[in-house]
Design a protein around this ligand. Structure first.
Ligand SMILES: C[S@@+](CC[C@H](N)C(=O)[O-])C[C@H]1O[C@@H](n2cnc3c(N)ncnc32)[C@H](O)[C@@H]1O
Ligand SMILES: [Zn+2]
Length: 336
């Protein structure tokens, strides 16, 4: 018997036309195991239509998007289709990025993840009891995210640009981890994400900090901008093994052991908080992290003062901003 798929039915409660905010009509071409795999969403007001292919509603056409955003999406899309591994430490790492939110905080909330990559955090939010969680991403990473979350009835993946979200203002919580600093206008991306949160709901964001990262902005950024973000991703995969091996050896032989032993020398080591935080990750995860830093054509390192002003711009209350691993800013606030 043909039945209306539960998963997409729930998703439709949140989707609207990204151009005119009109309601969308669904037509189904193919459903599989209770999920719409092929079909179309058509705006009742402006008649624009958006395809559903391979189970994912597509609101962004990469061939038509601005070139800077397309380059970013190409690099990350490749990254998240290659580094598809899962790691049991993701939950702890995620909680570090969205503190003070906890797993219990997700219970029964309608959640938006802006820039979900391979879907690891969308997956966690669903497992932690979100009523519904929608992960959006511009790149082909959505294919990996879809596969990672397919078995979770409360998780949904949508291909969309953070600046043109096809979503109603119905979210209890929106978060973005490691995305906003890669946008051409980070503040604009933050405002767009926050605009989807209802009054009284919450927003979390984690971004690279300017403070303590001068060595990256002076030494690494020129190489990233001129070389590593421009070369073929397969070549970068090989090339990035050199810095990744240095990070791996340093964390396994020096940072990890000294920090575990509580040595006073550890505190004086270069970039200790961050390198000690990633020291328990294995080779593949550390390689992913190094590749991630080198692949992006755009990366802003944002001062605290500027980050604070974003929260003023959205008129948030109960804002908590803190310094994470002494190299990045995380914040959470409540929409008035
Ligand atoms: C460093 S990854 C982080 C992914 C995920 N948040 C995580 O921590 O695993 C950045 C992600 O932002 C996405 N992204 C970049 N520009 C975007 C845009 N304009 N709209 C939506 N997503 C975007 C990229 O495709 C990529 O998957
Ligand atoms: Zn429309």
């Amino acid at each position: 018997m043909l039945y209306w798929p539960r998963l997409k039915e729930a998703l439709l409660n949140y989707l609207i036309c990204p151009t005119c905010e009109g309601a969308l009509d669904l037509s189904v071409a193919k459903a599989e195991d209770g999920e719409i795999m092929e079909g179309k969403l058509r705006c009742q007001s402006c008649a624009r239509s958006f395809p559903i292919t391979s189970g994912i509603p597509r609101f962004a056409n990469l061939d038509e998007i601005e070139s800077d955003k397309r380059a970013t999406a190409a690099g990350f899309g490749w990254q998240w289709q290659h580094f598809t591994q899962e790691d049991e430490r993701y939950a702890e790492q995620f909680l570090g990025w969205i503190a003070p939110s906890t797993p219990e905080f997700f219970r029964d909330k309608v959640v938006l993840e802006a820039g979900c990559g391979k879907g690891r955090h969308t997956q966690l939010a669903a497992r932690w009891g979100a009523r519904d969680v929608i992960g959006i991403d511009l790149s082909v990473a959505v294919e990996t995210a879809f596969a990672a979350t397919r078995s979770l009835p409360n998780a949904h993946v949508v291909q969309a640009d953070i600046y043109h979200l096809p979503l109603a203002r119905k979210f209890d919580y929106a978060f973005s981890v490691g995305v906003l600093h890669h946008l051409p206008d980070p503040r604009g991306g933050f405002l767009s994400m926050a605009s989807k949160v209802r009054s009284g709901g919450y927003v979390s964001a984690w971004i690279y900090g300017a403070e303590n990262n001068e060595w990256i902005t002076r030494l690494v950024n020129p190489v990233r901008e001129k070389v590593t973000s421009r070369i073929d991703q397969r070549a970068l995969l090989q090339l990035s093994k050199i810095p990744a091996a240095c990070v791996y050896l340093a964390t396994k032989l020096v940072y990890g052991p000294l920090n575990r032993n509580g040595s006073s020398v550890a505190k004086r080591l270069f970039y200790n908080d961050y390198l000690s935080a990633i020291s328990s990750f294995g080779w593949r995860e550390q390689h992913t992290i190094v590749f991630d830093h080198l692949v992006a054509p755009t990366a802003y390192y944002i001062p605290r003062e500027e980050f604070e002003s974003w929260w003023r711009d959205i008129g948030a209350r109960d804002v908590e901003i803190s310094w994470h691993n002494k190299n990045s800013w995380r914040g959470r606030g409540r929409i008035k």
